[in-house]
Design a protein around this ligand. Structure first.
Ligand SMILES: Cc1cc2nc3c(=O)[nH]c(=O)nc-3n(C[C@H](O)[C@H](O)[C@H](O)COP(=O)(O)OP(=O)(O)OC[C@H]3O[C@@H](n4cnc5c(N)ncnc54)[C@H](O)[C@@H]3O)c2cc1C
Length: 395
């Protein structure tokens, strides 16, 4: 094992960061410093106003973490394990920034990486890795979420050297300001789902910000209407032939979300532990009470178990052996344990747990979105259940 930076938080109880090469530990350390210095002090204000901190994008770009795992043109090609630990680190400080990077660097860049032609990768990935172009990923629709593989209703019709898209999307992160949005639509000719890179300001493409969310308020989610949107054939992802290819992107990015969940739980736990050492009741720090220690240790166990499971799955991903059911098990487990952990963190803060100034309240709220997106607990459970029984229980 290499000696790396020594800023590892105590919550890395079993030393998972030591699994990384020294240069990857240094990257993680830079991410940690940026998030702590630049993001944490301003994020509650943005959360309250539901605004996005565009001023932080150049700093995030300098970290070089967009498309971190991908081995494509201009991409860092650092692998899945460090990508996962970085995703955890972002969400440990703020799950909205973790989601922003997950959508741009994971879902949008991943669609082009895994479903684009070599020319398309050259055309978009280097600028996306530098964050000069920001991406979004449009799959979910107002009337269909979990059943999207069967019920996707947005249509694509070939018209000469272009395609015409019609339909609607919902929940599309970053889409209010993204330069490129990957839209998944069903070809009316052969009935297959295909991917299209729609550029900002294309006529007929209208994203509208979703207001009044109670979770991940910093993430700008949009409902999108697509009315006779003309997309040139060279913007159709050339290797997206059916929903199976879309699912290939989700397999990889679902691991990102499992790591985000571990990060969200870890951030809440750390704030809670710190608080229990400073808060006194009955003349003693509340950390000295057995019932409080019981909750703190259960939180640490949850965070550690999720990290262990995710680390192994990311190693399998690096070895080209990650299966859908592996990622689904990690996502379902990490998000369930996250929801439990943030609840306990809030509990040990008493009334202060619902005040934004102590941060834990933000993690509690944000956990609700992470719990449901990229496949709910039920859907990921059904994916694992099908794999271990050979029986599909989806309908
Ligand atoms: C904050 C946020 C950001 C998002 N970002 C994006 C994005 O960038 N791009 C994008 O394309 N999408 C995005 N999504 C959409 C997200 O992926 C969906 O919300 C998710 O897939 C669930 O779909 P749904 O919300 O329509 O719930 P539904 O599918 O309506 O499910 C409702 C409930 O029914 C349950 N259920 C459904 N089917 C079954 C079944 N067969 N058996 C048992 N239970 C079942 C579900 O588990 C859930 O509990 C985002 C969502 C959120 C909340």
């Amino acid at each position: 094992m290499d000696a790396g930076p020594d800023d590892t938080p105590f919550s890395d109880f079993l030393g998972f960061e030591l699994l990384l090469e020294e240069q990857d530990r240094e990257l993680l350390s830079r991410v940690r410093a940026f998030m702590t210095r630049e993001v944490e002090p301003v994020i509650n204000e943005h959360w309250t106003r539901a605004s996005f901190p565009h001023e932080l994008v150049p700093g995030l770009a300098e970290l070089g973490i967009s498309g971190l795992a991908y081995d494509g043109p201009g991409c860092p090609a650092r692998g899945a394990l460090v990508n996962g630990l970085v995703a955890m680190e972002l969400s440990r400080i703020d799950p909205s920034i973790g989601t922003f990077i997950g959508v741009h660097g994971g879902l949008a860049m991943g669609s082009i990486m895994l479903c684009g032609s070599p020319e398309q990768r050259e055309r978009w990935l280097p600028a996306m890795a530098r964050m000069e172009l920001i991406g979004a990923f449009g799959l979910t629709e107002p009337e269909v979420g979990s059943a999207i593989s069967q019920g996707l209703a947005t249509t694509a019709r070939r018209d000469g050297d272009a395609w015409v898209l019609n339909g609607a999307k919902k929940w599309i992160g970053n889409a209010t300001f993204a330069d490129l949005t990957v839209i998944w639509a069903r070809d009316v000719e052969d009935g297959q789902v295909k991917g299209f890179v729609v550029e900002k300001d294309t006529p007929g493409f209208v994203p509208t910000k979703q207001e009044d969310k109670i979770a991940l308020r910093v993430v700008q989610n949009a409902e999108i209407t697509l009315t006779d949107v003309r997309v040139p054939e060279e913007n159709r992802l050339q290797e997206a032939h059916s929903f199976r290819d879309t699912a290939g992107v989700l397999r990889v990015t679902r691991m990102d979300v499992a790591w985000q969940a571990a990060g969200c739980a870890r951030g809440a736990f750390e704030h809670a532990l710190r608080y229990t050492k400073s808060r006194e009741q009955f003349g003693r720090p509340i950390a000295s009470f057995q019932l409080v220690q019981d909750l703190l240790v259960k939180m640490l166990a949850n965070v550690t178990a999720s990290t262990a499971m995710n680390a192994r799955a990311s190693q399998l991903q690096d070895a080209g052996q990650l299966r859908d059911e592996h990622a689904s098990l990690c996502k379902a487990h990490s998000t369930t344990r996250m929801r439990e952990t943030v609840g306990w963190a809030r509990e040990v803060l008493g009334g202060n747990g619902i005040l934004l100034e102590h941060h834990v309240g933000r993690f509690v709220a944000d956990a609700e979105a992470i719990y449901s997106y990229e496949g709910t607990r039920e859907i990921n459970t059904l994916i694992v259940g099908r794999a271990i029984t050979g029986e599909s229980a989806f309908v």
